[in-house]
Design a protein around this ligand. Structure first.
Ligand code: SF4
Length: 359
């Protein structure tokens, strides 16, 4: 491929089309790290809201490290994949504990944010992609940042039909991006190719206004093998998806009035499973279906899909004079629930119950 031509065209496109995003006008490693963790599995629009909230509340590593894990989970509420928030917090604490190269932080001293690929890669929750993104965006180091958009563009540019999400495929795509990477301007290259995949070389390849294929007007079609060989629309290739596991969750929302306040029981999930450390109502998990209820019991059913599991959840309300004694649960006022980190499923159920059951 004529790399000079490719870079020129791609950078010109970037200048004309890039979005102004708050984490783009900074070289602050902390801010870039935060944005990259939030944006994993999250749309930019939604991520922006969370990013601004986190930055306003915890403007630097030291502030984040001082936060309580529950506070961080609460701010994260609704984004899903809560291990990202736990790792973010854990990494901030590790950085503060590690201090500076000359020893622990003394009063008024600041953390030196990791500045090499290997140091970044060693942080909890930071994989190859995130380490490459921070290394290039913050320090202009020559590492690729292969997100889903970049895999797609590279598959099409090089007409590669190897599944990109297998071990062999990842290795092959890594070699390909290493050959394409602009080592003199890695920050610009990674920003431009990611944005190009996000906005132009999209999965559908169709112009949202006209419905026409965007390849005909693409600025790099001359060097795109997928376009030349008419295979672009079939790329990239994924390995077959594993079957989702079905789980049946039966929640009981006990409600009881105590001293003029409605109280309920919640417990914290501690097992190494989904939603570790989050809080939820009293749960009974069943085998093949959700459990039947007494006639007239108010409830909502919600189906919720996670990356490997399909959850069938039933939330039933049980009004009672006295809350039962259930080991591991905590009695809280309904009005205090917002102070606890709750899963997105529980939040959805609460929304529906508020609308239908006068919650
Ligand atoms: S020609 Fe089509 S497939 Fe190739 S890079 Fe451009 S938009 Fe993507």
């Amino acid at each position: 491929m004529n790399l000079e031509y490719f870079y020129r065209q791609l950078y010109h496109w970037w200048e004309q089309n890039k979005r102004e995003l708050p984490w783009r006008d900074t070289e602050d490693g902390y801010r870039i790290w935060l944005s990259e963790i939030i944006l994993q599995q999250t749309r930019v629009q939604q991520g922006m809201e969370y990013y601004m909230r986190f930055i306003n509340r915890w403007p630097d590593v030291e502030a984040l490290a001082q936060a309580d894990e529950q506070e961080v989970l609460r701010e994260w509420q609704g984004l899903g994949y809560y291990s990202r928030a736990r790792n973010l917090h854990k990494a901030a604490r590790q950085m503060v504990e590690k201090g500076t190269p000359s020893g622990p932080l003394s009063r008024g001293e600041r953390v030196i944010f990791p500045q090499t690929y290997d140091e970044l890669r060693a942080l909890p929750g930071v994989g190859d992609y995130t380490a490459g993104a921070i290394a290039s965006f913050a320090y202009n180091l020559p590492y690729p940042a292969m997100d889903g958009n970049v895999y797609r563009v590279v598959a099409r540019l090089t007409d590669c039909s190897e599944a990109f999400d297998t071990t062999a495929g990842k290795k092959l795509f890594h070699q390909k991006i290493e050959q394409l990477l602009d080592r003199e301007q890695p920050r610009l290259f990674n920003s431009a190719i990611m944005e190009f995949g996000a906005l132009y070389c999209t999965p559908s390849l169709t112009d949202s206004e006209t419905g026409a294929c965007v390849c005909e007007r693409c600025v790099i079609k001359e060097v795109c093998e997928g376009y030349q060989h008419h295979t672009a629309e079939l790329l990239p290739v994924r390995k077959p998806r594993p079957q989702l596991k079905d789980r049946y969750l039966n929640y009981t929302i006990y409600l009881s009035e105590q001293d003029g306040e409605i109280c309920t029981l919640i417990h914290q999930r501690t097992a190494k499973d989904i939603w570790q450390h989050l809080w939820e109502f009293v749960l009974e998990e069943s085998e093949n279906h959700v459990l039947a209820l007494h006639k007239g019991t108010p409830y909502v059913d919600i189906n919720h899909v996670l990356s490997h599991q399909r959850l069938h959840a039933r939330f039933a309300i049980c009004r009672t004079d006295r809350l039962p004694q259930i080991e591991g649960t905590r009695c809280v006022r309904l009005s205090e629930l917002d102070a606890y980190g709750l899963s997105r499923l529980t939040l959805k159920a609460l929304d529906q119950l508020r609308a239908t059951a006068g919650f």
